[in-house]
Every structure is written in structure tokens, then in C-alpha cells.
Design a protein around this ligand. Structure first.
Ligand code: 26Q
Length: 814
């Protein structure tokens, strides 16, 4: 087939200006006249115009990759927390100025239009946002990357508060359609479940499934900086293989007729909102199998377009498993090669292992995925057979190397305790590289969860410290600071963040510090307005803005922050004239719906906020704010206005953290423990420019093993003791002594996450923060040094690390 150039300028790529293209789409795609168009209409029209511009680069990229046979990287993730796409796309295409001017001429405000885009929140937290940053960086660095995930109809729940309690409501990001995606009705795969396996007369295993679900593809183009390299995010949506039972329908049994469809579609209906909770549900397992199988079938189909030698698969494809959620890829890839393409088992396993790589994101024992054997037997009988064979192969491999080694604890299948499939072990055994996400986390992986597997395969575990995209997390979310940086050192930092180091000498320049301070001050005025609009609370923008925003979890220790807030309130009440540094404590984050204690902590913070904010004795000296419905868009508002970044997890539990990097890059100082990537942030920004406190990971582990007595610690910590007494006596709950019994009991009786022994160190360090903030010029000097020294934390650096050490996929610099 030949192609010909279009001689009609039907695409805005050929049109004269961005403005013309937007107007054209407003009329011909949205079907609205300018005089009737609302912000959403403009947003769609602008998105379509920008998307058109991306398509040329997209097709070029695809053609180039086919031609050069560049190795493809497949990033399999249950979560992609992409956030709004329009501003990101305009920025990467270099069109912010044009867009602003065009809407300015029409008397419209570009940011209002950008804010009318729904925020696709197809993830829970850090792991999902990392996947989105990686998509941006792969396109910028020139890696031929394809992201594979699930097109959830409803992303993470919308959070609101009713009387301070978390309420969860369904989120509905697709209700007005999605301008970014291309549905691909022709790209469809069948994913099967249930049934039984029989051996045929040639000895081959034949699986007869009892359920078949179709996976349909939706593609979103992802442009890198400059728009030359455009990758694809392919999300799968489920539908029934049976369209409609017409017979039943004609009998008037409408509900029954549609039942198959409803059941099948439920697979991609909602994101499972569990973060570090191990409540396995059949639907969650099916989601994992569904998107992993569809993705692998797609990968193999693409490989087969120009290759017949299966042994070459690892040479042309690298598949990265984002945590164990897609770990079923190990038996599934083997199954596809053996059952569908007729390869031998051992050879298939070798190909699979050479193609697959696994990233671990947590050491929390309850978050290590495992599934009941019974569930596998029922839903995935053929996969279970293959996992057993993989275990046997693995046992033989170990036996050949080490005599008498007990392999049972390392196998994927644990036949004891009722029988389990251990997804971490499965992913490890079936991958050629396993990586942690910060130096400390990788070290702990080697010493704890994968200790014995690491002994057998000492070269398999390596580290790739997380990073963030400087495009979204500085250039777009903080235009004032971005402009100041560019005006001072040029704009090379946007594409290569290491250039931001050139800012460091300017920390000693008083005039520059003034400009930097003015930017922060303006961002704080903006944030104060956002807080007012979201919560009604009025805060003083000159106060210290102290921000903790992340999923609510015991190990992240929002409770430690809340307890310190209450102690500070007491101290201020006791002597309001003691020269306190006025502070606004800002919290945001969602708790998993079934996580009772996390939800109680939200209620506690809201009750503290109500009391403290109403207290006229305290006034501006202390305010407490809990912003509802934390998501990527809220983070983009909050981070530029922060002075202090709270990264106070129990040492050894936060695998990396990436919020910590976003704050430091935007010139907030960190108060934190030596946990996750905080350790590396400290090494980069320097000990004098970060506030480190508390126990280190080894001490935490020792105390947890020994089992300490938190009530003793509380009795030796008077400030904390007073606060605990107040909470239990109903001081924050209108005399209700029962409400927070769960929190009090946790602190006094268990305190697994070591809030009590770290309390005093945290308090003292916060007072150091108070003192340092008073010398505001010196504070800004430190803030500038944070920004200047964060160049290494670009996700571009992380992606280059993966490309070199794991994927062996050289970026296409053309
Ligand atoms: C597992 C099984 C069943 C149901 C749910 C889950 C589940 C879901 C989500 C388990 C874990 C998650 C999410 C984990 C996560 O976000 N981890 C974070 O990953 C970031 C990127 O590496 C790190 O920076 C954070 O430290 C880490 O907590």
C-alpha cells in the first residue's frame, strides 16, 4: 500500500496557528460555537489540537523504532497516576506561550481552562506516580517505552470529610469522555480463567477455561520534552466475549441477558484502593492476570511482526514488572510460549527470565503479595502447573550449585499454612534483574525479604534510586521559580536537570536570594488562597508552611506530626508570648477504605484542626489544615508553596519516597528520618540544609524485635504524656473518651512504628526549624541550595540507569 501526503490542511499540524486549530476543533469536534463554549469545551478543543500535533511525532517515532529495530521497553504497572495531561503536553510541545496568548486575546485564562480537565487518578500513590514520571522520562531520554496498565473506569475514590471523618465517593474521570485516548477496536485479546487441564494423547497439556474475557486497547500518546520522541501508554479495558444473550433479551429477561457483560466489565471498573494491605480479593487477582496477559500477547504479536526466532525475544524486548502486581507474567509468558507457540518448557523459561525484570517497592511483610493456592487452582489451573514446574527447575538449579541447601522457603509455592503462591519469590525467580528504589531499601532487601535468594543469585539485585520528572514537578507546577531559574542560568535544566547545579553559587548572592524569596512568598499567597477555597480556613501566608502530603499510613507517621502539633498547641497556650514561629500545619492524603486506624488518624487531625483554628489565644501562631481529596493536581498546588517538607517515616519502612524529592527541588527544607531516598537527598543537599532526626533503620529493627514498652517511653516524655492524656480524656472530642481509644491504645500498647521513642527528637528538631526560620534570609539560602543540589533526582537519570544496567536498551538520541 502506498501513502500520499494530504493536500488539504485538515489537520491542525498543517494549519497556520495553534489558535486556528483550537477554533476548528471547537466547532468541528466539540460541536460548539465560541459564544456558547464553556471552559470544558475549550479544554477539549485545545487538547485535540495539541494531540494532533503530537501524532506526527508519534508516527515518526513508531516508524523509526520499527526501522532501526530499537529494543523496546515495556513497563507493566497496575497503576499510572498520570494526573492532568494537557499542561504537560503543551509544555513538552513548547507551546505554553502561544496557548496563553491565544486565550488571552479571547479574554480567557489558560489556567482556568487547564484546571477544568479531570485528573485521571489511576493509582494509589507513589508507585503509580513513579510509573507516570517514568513515561515522561522514557520519552524525553528517547527510550522506546510502552506503558501497559488498566483503563479503570473509576480511579481512586474521591475523598471528602463529613464531620471530620473520611467519606469515599466514586470518582468519574471519564464522564465527559477522554480527549487524549485513541480506542483501538482491532487490538483485542482474550484472557481466560477457570476450567480444567487435561493431557492429550501427545502428552501436551490442554487447558479448557470456563471463562473468557476480552481486553481492548486504548492508546494515549506521551511526548517527551521537545515533542520529538512520542511513546505510548496502552491501557486495557474489559468486555465480555458474549455481546448480548439475544434469546434471553427477547424473552424479556433484560437483566439476565446483560449479566455476562456486567461481570466481564467489572474487571476494569474500579482501582483497588489498597496500599500496603494484603486483603486478597478474587477480582484483584483477575485484574492482574487480565492486564498482564493482554500486554504479553501484544508484546509477542509485535515481536512476531519481524522476527521468527523466539530466542531473540530478550534482545528486542525488556519487560519491567512494577512490583509483584504483574508477577503472573512469569508463568503467563512461559504458558504462551509453550501452549500457543509450541516451545519446550525449559527454553521458554529461559526466554521469560531473560526478558523479565522486577522492581520491589516495599518491605512491609503484609504488603508482600501472596494468594491462596486454592484460588489459583480454581482460577488459574494451568498457571499453577507451570509455577510448580518453575519451582522444580529452580530447585534443581540450586541443588546443582549448593549441596543440601533448603530451597523450600525460596520457592514460589508455600504448601504449608494452608497453601500460598508467593508473588515476590515468583517474580524474583523469573526475572534476570531485581531492583530496589533507593540505596537503603536495596540494601535492606538483600538483608531481609530476599536474603536467601540474594545468596544464591548475588548479582541479581541492584539499585535504581527513584526520580521525578522536572517538567511536571518544577517547570509546570512552579512557573515563577522556573522563570527565575531560567533567567539566571538558562533553560538547559528542563531537559537535563543536572544543569540546575549552576544555581548553587547564586545562593550567596543577596539580590538573587531576594528574588527567590519573592517567588516563594507569591507561591504561598497562592497556596493560602487555595486553602481558603478548599477548606474555608484563612491562613497567614507569612507563617511557616509545614506540609505532609501522602497516603495515610501508620509507617508514614502522620500521627507523630499530629502529636507534635498538639504538644505545640499546649506550649503556645502556656506562653503565647514566647516568640513562637507562626506555623501552618498542612496535611493531605487518603486512607484505604478498610484501614480503620488510618481513618481514625484523619478524624483526629480534623478534630485538632477544629479546636486549634477556633482558639483566639493562639491566632496565627498555629493553624492546622487537612485538605480533602489529595491527588496529583493538589500536589502541584501545594508543593511550590511549602517551606518545610515532612518525611518522617519509621526508618526502614519507606522504600524511597518521591514527594521528598519534589519538595526539595521546589526549595522546601526537609525534616525527616534517615529512611528511603532521604538518605541520598541528605548526601546531595548537605547536612546543613536538611533536618534529620530519630532512630535509624537498624535501631528500629532491634527495638521491634525486642518488643519495647511504649507506655514507659510515654511516661518519660512529659509533653507526649500530656497530649495522650488530653486525647483520652476527650479534650479534642467534646468529652467523648471513646472516640480515639484506638489511637491511644496503639501508641501506649503497641507502637509498632516507634512514634513514642522518636517523639522528643522530632520535637527538638521542630524547635530548631522554628529558630532557623526566623533568620529568613539564611533559610532561603538553604532553600536555594536544596533546589540547586537536586539535579541527580531527575527521573531521566533513573531511566538512563534502568536502560543501561537492566534493559540494555540504548536510548535513541535522534
Ligand atoms: C497489593 C496486594 C493487594 C492489594 C494491594 C496491593 C498494593 C497496592 C499498592 C500494594 C502496594 C501498593 C503501592 C505501593 C507504593 O506506592 N509504594 C511506594 O512506591 C514508591 C515508588 O517506588 C516509593 O517511593 C514509596 O516509598 C513506596 O511506598
Amino acid at each position: 500500500m502506498t501513502t500520499r501526503d494530504l493536500d488539504m490542511p485538515v489537520t491542525p499540524a498543517n494549519a497556520l496557528t495553534l489558535g486556528d486549530a483550537v477554533l476548528r476543533h471547537l466547532v468541528y469536534s466539540v460541536g460548539k460555537d465560541q459564544s456558547h463554549a464553556v471552559e470544558r469545551d475549550w479544554c477539549v478543543a485545545l487538547s485535540l489540537a495539541i494531540r494532533d500535533l503530537m501524532v506526527d511525532g508519534w508516527m515518526d517515532t513508531t516508524r523509526r523504532i520499527y526501522k532501526t529495530k530499537q529494543k523496546r521497553v515495556y513497563y507493566l504497572s497496575m497503576e499510572f497516576m498520570i494526573g492532568r495531561l494537557l499542561e504537560d503536553a503543551i509544555a513538552n510541545m513548547g507551546l505554553i506561550k502561544e496557548a496563553k496568548e491565544f486565550f488571552g486575546e479571547l479574554g480567557l485564562n489558560l489556567s482556568d481552562i487547564l484546571n477544568s480537565e479531570p485528573d485521571p487518578a489511576l493509582g494509589n500513590g507513589g508507585l503509580g506516580r513513579l510509573a507516570a514520571c517514568f513515561m515522561d522520562s522514557m520519552a524525553t531520554v528517547g527510550v522506546a517505552g510502552i506503558g501497559y496498565g488498566i483503563r479503570y473506569e473509576h480511579g481512586i475514590f474521591r475523598q471528602s470529610f463529613q464531620d471530620g471523618w473520611q467519606l469515599e465517593e466514586p470518582e468519574d474521570w471519564l464522564v465527559f469522555g477522554n480527549a487524549w485516548e485513541f480506542q483501538r477496536p482491532e487490538v483485542e485479546y482474550s484472557v481466560e480463567f477457570g476450567g480444567s487441564v487435561q493431557r492429550d494423547n501427545t502428552g501436551k497439556m490442554i487447558w479448557t477455561p470456563s471463562e473468557r474475557i476480552l481486553a481492548g486497547a486504548f492508546d494515549t500518546p506521551i511526548a517527551g520534552w521537545g515533542g520529538k520522541h512520542v511513546n505510548t501508554l496502552r491501557l486495557w479495558s474489559a468486555r465480555s466475549a458474549e455481546v448480548l444473550n439475544l434469546h434471553q433479551f427477547n424473552q424479556g429477561e433484560f437483566m439476565a441477558a446483560a449479566q455476562q457483560q456486567v461481570l466481564a466489565e467489572s474487571i476494569t471498573k474500579v482501582l483497588y484502593p489498597g496500599d500496603h494491605t494484603a486483603e486478597g480479593r478474587e477480582l484483584r487477582l483477575k485484574q492482574e492476570v487480565f492486564f498482564t496477559s493482554a500486554s504479553l500477547q501484544d508484546i509477542l504479536r509485535r515481536f512476531r511482526l519481524d522476527n521468527t526466532n523466539w530466542n531473540e525475544l530478550p534482545q528486542y524486548a525488556a519487560v519491567q514488572l512494577n512490583d509483584t502486581h504483574p508477577a503472573i507474567a512469569v508463568p503467563e509468558l512461559v504458558r504462551l510460549l509453550v501452549d500457543k507457540h509450541g516451545l519446550e518448557f525449559v527454553e521458554s523459561f529461559e526466554i521469560a527470565r531473560a526478558t523479565l525484570h522486577y522492581t520491589n517497592h516495599t518491605l512491609l511483610p503484609e504488603a508482600l503479595e501472596k494468594w491462596p493456592l486454592e484460588l489459583f487452582e480454581r482460577c488459574l489451573p494451568r498457571h499453577l502447573q507451570i509455577i510448580r514446574e518453575i519451582d522444580n527447575l529452580f530447585a534443581a538449579e540450586v541443588a546443582a550449585k549448593y549441596e543440601g541447601k533448603n530451597v523450600d522457603p525460596m520457592k514460589a509455592i508455600d504448601p504449608h499454612h494452608g497453601g500460598w503462591v508467593r508473588m515476590g519469590n515468583l517474580a524474583f525467580i523469573g526475572s534476570s534483574h531485581v531492583n530496589g528504589v533507593s540505596a537503603l531499601h536495596t540494601e535492606l532487601m538483600k538483608q531481609t525479604v530476599f536474603k536467601d535468594l540474594h545468596e544464591i543469585y548475588p548479582d541479581r539485585i541492584l539499585n535504581q534510586t527513584n526520580g521525578i520528572t522536572p517538567r511536571r514537578w518544577l517547570y509546570e507546577c512552579n512557573p515563577l521559580l522556573a522563570d527565575l531559574i531560567t533567567e539566571t542560568i538558562g533553560d538547559a535544566w528542563v531537559k537535563d536537570l543536572e544543569h540546575i547545579a549552576a544555581l548553587a553559587p547564586h545562593a550567596d548572592d543577596k539580590t538573587f536570594r531576594k528574588k527567590f524569596a519573592a517567588v516563594k512568598a507569591e507561591n504561598k499567597v497562592h497556596l493560602a488562597a487555595f486553602i481558603k477555597q478548599q477548606t474555608g480556613i484563612v491562613v497567614n501566608p507569612t507563617s511557616l508552611f509545614d506540609v505532609q502530603i501522602k497516603r495515610i499510613h501508620e509507617y508514614k507517621r502522620q500521627l507523630l506530626n499530629a502529636l507534635e502539633t498538639m504538644a505545640l498547641y499546649n506550649a503556645i497556650k502556656e506562653d503565647p508570648s514566647a516568640g513562637w514561629t507562626p506555623r501552618v500545619k498542612i496535611f493531605a492524603g487518603k486512607a484505604a477504605p478498610s484501614y480503620t486506624l488510618a481513618k481514625l488518624i484523619i478524624k483526629l487531625i480534623n478534630d485538632v484542626a477544629a479546636k486549634v483554628n477556633a482558639d483566639e489565644d493562639v491566632g496565627d501562631l498555629l493553624n492546622v489544615v487537612f485538605l480533602p481529596n489529595y491527588n496529583v493536581s493538589a500536589a502541584e498546588e501545594l508543593i511550590p508553596g511549602a517551606d518545610l517538607s515532612e518525611q518522617i517515616s519509621t526508618a526502614g519502612f519507606e522504600a524511597s519516597g518521591t514527594g521528598n524529592m519534589k519538595f526539595a527541588l521546589n526549595g522546601a527544607l526537609t525534616i525527616g528520618t534517615l529512611d528511603g531516598a532521604n538518605v541520598e537527598i541528605k548526601d546531595h543537599v548537605g547536612d546543613d540544609n536538611i533536618f534529620i532526626f530519630g532512630m535509624e533503620a537498624d535501631e528500629v529493627a532491634r527495638r521491634q524485635q525486642e518488643g519495647c514498652q511504649p507506655w514507659m517511653t510515654v511516661s518519660e516524655t512529659p509533653r507526649l504524656q500530656e497530649v495522650v492524656k488530653q486525647i483520652s480524656s476527650g479534650f479534642y472530642s467534646h468529652g467523648d473518651t471513646e472516640r480515639f481509644a484506638g489511637v491511644v491504645d496503639n501508641v501506649l500498647a503497641h507502637d509498632y512504628f516507634q512514634v513514642t521513642p522518636d517523639f522528643d527528637a522530632y520535637w527538638e528538631t521542630q524547635r530548631k526549624v522554628d529558630a532557623e526560620f526566623k533568620d529568613v534570609d539564611n533559610w532561603h539560602r538553604k532553600a536555594i541550595l536544596n533546589t540547586a543540589n537536586m539535579g541527580w533526582f531527575s527521573a531521566d537519570r533513573t531511566i538512563r540507569g534502568y536502560a543501561k544496567d537492566i534493559w540494555k536498551a540504548l536510548p535513541d538520541e535522534g
